[in-house]
Write a protein that binds this ligand. Structure first.
Ligand code: SF4
Length: 481
């Protein structure tokens, strides 16, 4: 029998023939449930995966397999998970990893996912089907009045469609208004429960990021949330489980740091879309990696080896000397076309502030994860990055460190109009960066879906900004002689 698109997909991502044979029925069943048709698989194979990711890195192919398996698992749980019938879903922008993982360690039959991320990062980015979930939410009445973030719409749609069963949602209220609102709505739709941990992030401009009162409040709130989920599931999170989760996270963080060091090289060995996928499992729970995350750890080590080989041979995703542009938090992943568009315009758009581990972030995170107490480790860990959970002045200080340490020439502070945080902060960050003499732009773009943004409009904006960054870099180099 000839190959079909599912065989081609697995071959492209480096499955061994025997494993591919075993996985194929699950792949087909899961994708069908998640509304991915054979023509969507064809689109992924022929266009999206080769265009958006560095497929000649074996480590990246492994990582793409991990994400795809997790997406498929969302539609096709293991037999044990089917029997247990309990999914704990972490929701961005929260502290989902350590809110979900301990439950999987305590009871392997519980399914855990970063439901919205996996729907977006695989459903939308690989197969371009995220709009089906969002549209299901819109048809059910979720318009643009209150809940308008497409990430939240995708999650609501997955519940409307019955793809995600009534479940437990763990949420962080630190910057997102839509996530708790969406959770309330999902509760009325199908009875899903939600547990919310709160971080107060408004501190003075000169305040230290580890503002003790805010951290203590956050740690207590996380502890309360985990106790709440313990009550609903009947599962106890012991101090041993806490310590095990923190220890494994720390190991993965160290492996991640090795990969990110290669992003200081010129040319950079992997692209911006790659960096989103290898960075996020540190904060997003993936069912297929739990309980110990060792597959992720091994995969990161393989990616680091690939990077070393590429750097030694001078292989990069752009030519040496290309100006380097970073994005706030992550590159707008729902529009993965932006990365190749920037490359075509002569700039590297391969740096997400959420992934650039500076000396300070490394030291603060290490200190946080030396803590065996889950709640304290957790609270400090999520503040250490100064990416999402902190005030705008801390975010700016971090961006300045990243500019120096990763030799960034310009900033893309993408505005996301439905989001209170991602519209206000990014304007301010952009203005402050310009004051430092570093070109910065704050264009309107949807972080999660490319439905409303015509690519040619983005291309015009990108080409103009790329020229500004190139000129600024050339002028600075001339001044330095
Ligand atoms: S973009 Fe804004 S509204 Fe949407 S999930 Fe993120 S923080 Fe929430």
């Amino acid at each position: 029998m000839g190959k079909d698109v599912y065989d081609e997909l697995m071959e492209l991502l480096g499955w061994e023939p025997e494993e591919a044979r075993d996985f194929k029925p699950e792949l087909k069943e899961g994708l069908k449930k998640l509304l991915v048709q054979p023509e969507d698989v064809k689109l992924a194979v022929k266009e999206r995966l080769p265009k958006y990711f560095t497929l000649d890195s074996p480590g990246m192919r492994w990582l793409l397999r991990i994400w795809l398996r997790d997406f498929v698992r969302l539609g096709c749980p293991t037999p044990e998970e089917k029997d247990r019938n309990l999914l704990i879903g972490g929701i961005f922008p929260n502290v989902a990893m350590l809110q979900c993982l301990p439950f999987k360690v305590a009871d392997p039959a519980i399914q855990i996912h970063a439901t919205d991320w996996v729907a977006d990062h695989v459903g939308e980015v690989f197969f371009h089907v995220g709009w089906k979930y969002a549209e299901a939410a819109e048809r059910a009445g979720v318009g643009i009045e209150q809940i308008s973030c497409s990430l939240n719409k995708m999650r609501i749609g997955l519940h409307v469609l019955g793809i995600i069963p009534p479940s437990i949602q763990v949420i962080g209220r630190c910057l997102c208004d839509d996530a708790p609102n969406s959770a309330e709505l999902i509760n009325t739709l199908d009875g899903s429960k939600s547990s919310i941990a709160v971080r107060v992030r408004d501190t003075g401009f000169e305040a230290e990021m580890f503002e003790p009162l805010a951290d203590e409040y956050f740690a207590k709130s996380l502890e309360r949330s985990i106790h709440e989920v313990e009550g609903w599931t009947g599962v106890k999170i012991t101090p041993q489980i806490q310590a095990e989760c923190v220890k494994n996270m720390f190991k993965c963080f160290q492996a991640m740091t090795k990969v990110i060091e290669f992003f200081k090289e010129d040319p950079v060995p992997l692209n911006g879309n790659d960096s989103v996928l290898f960075n996020l499992p540190l904060v997003c729970p993936l069912d297929v990696l739990a309980p110990d995350y060792m597959e992720y750890y091994d995969c990161l080590n393989m990616i680091a080896n690939d990077c070393k080989e590429r750097v030694d041979k001078g292989i990069g995703v752009v030519p040496k000397g290309t100006p380097r542009i970073a994005s706030t938090i992550i590159v707008p992943f729902g529009q993965p076309d932006l990365v190749p568009m920037f490359h075509e315009a002569g700039c590297s758009f391969d740096f997400s502030s959420g992934a650039l581990i500076t000396k300070k972030i490394g030291a603060d995170t290490t200190r946080a994860l030396m803590n065996e107490n889950l709640y304290k480790a957790f609270a400090e860990y999520y503040c250490a990055g100064e990416i999402v959970l902190n005030d705008v002045a801390s975010m700016h200080r971090t961006q300045m460190d990243q500019t120096r340490e990763f030799k960034i020439d310009g900033w893309f502070q993408g505005l996301y109009r439905p989001c209170r945080c991602l519209i206000q902060h990014h304007y301010i960050l952009s203005k402050w960066m310009e004051k430092e003499g570093i070109p910065s732009i704050a264009p309107s773009c949807d972080l999660y879906m490319d439905r409303d943004y015509p690519p040619e409009k983005m291309r015009t904006m990108i080409e103009t900004f790329a020229e500004v960054v190139k000129r600024s870099k050339a002028e600075k180099e001339k001044k330095q002689g």
